[in-house]
Design a protein. Structure first.
Length: 188
């Protein structure tokens, strides 16, 4: 029996097969690592805790109402909308209260309050409420919607809001989706 030595051509073929097998195995390993990396960097679904939800009692003569609550999100998110049943109010908006601006450039020494479609509140240091498109919720930080700041505005109330009533508010978040909360009406 004679054993023949591999030819140069056969040796190259065997070497190519070994190199290809090594590349295939290393590619499988990197694919596995990529899958692991992808799994750990996938976006985390936001969860928002809602506490201290309440609605301010409304005077009989008003058609506006306000709801307040505290939101804490597990990840950066935004409150992008709120709504109440049409049996409570025709429209619901996110609002903020800011100091009203005055225009003294055309009126000499007298001042005129700029109204631009927003609701005015009387008293010293005139304040106005204006709609906002969203409210930022930084991860882990409690964001309070409260009198004098951000709040949920109910417009064209069907009837005055009275102490003891409960209002269902649907909150819509950019990341966490929708969530319903029940808020009791109380005195301010």
């Amino acid at each position: 029996m004679t054993i023949s030595r591999p030819t140069t051509r056969n040796a190259r073929f065997v070497a190519a097969v070994i190199v290809a097998a090594g590349l295939a195995l290393s590619a499988c390993g990197s694919s596995k690592n990529t899958a692991t990396t992808t799994a750990t960097t996938a976006p985390v679904k936001a969860e928002v805790a809602v506490t201290d939800a309440w609605v301010r009692q409304s005077p009989a003569a008003t058609t506006l109402g306000a709801a307040y609550l505290t939101l804490t999100s597990s990840v950066d998110d935004q409150l992008v909308a709120a709504s109440v049943p049409t049996t409570v109010a025709a429209k619901t908006e996110l609002h903020e209260t800011v100091v009203a601006t005055t225009d003294t450039t055309k009126m000499g020494s007298s001042t005129t309050m700029m109204r631009s479609g927003s609701t005015m509140m009387g008293g010293s240091g005139e304040m106005k409420m204006q709609p906002v498109s969203s409210i930022d919720l930084p991860a882990g930080q409690a964001v309070a919607l409260k009198p004098g700041g951000y709040h949920i505005m109910m417009i064209d109330l069907v009837k005055p809001l009275t102490v003891g009533e409960e209002i269902t508010i649907t909150l819509t978040f950019a990341g966490a989706g929708t969530q319903e909360v029940t808020a009791a009406v109380r005195e301010s």
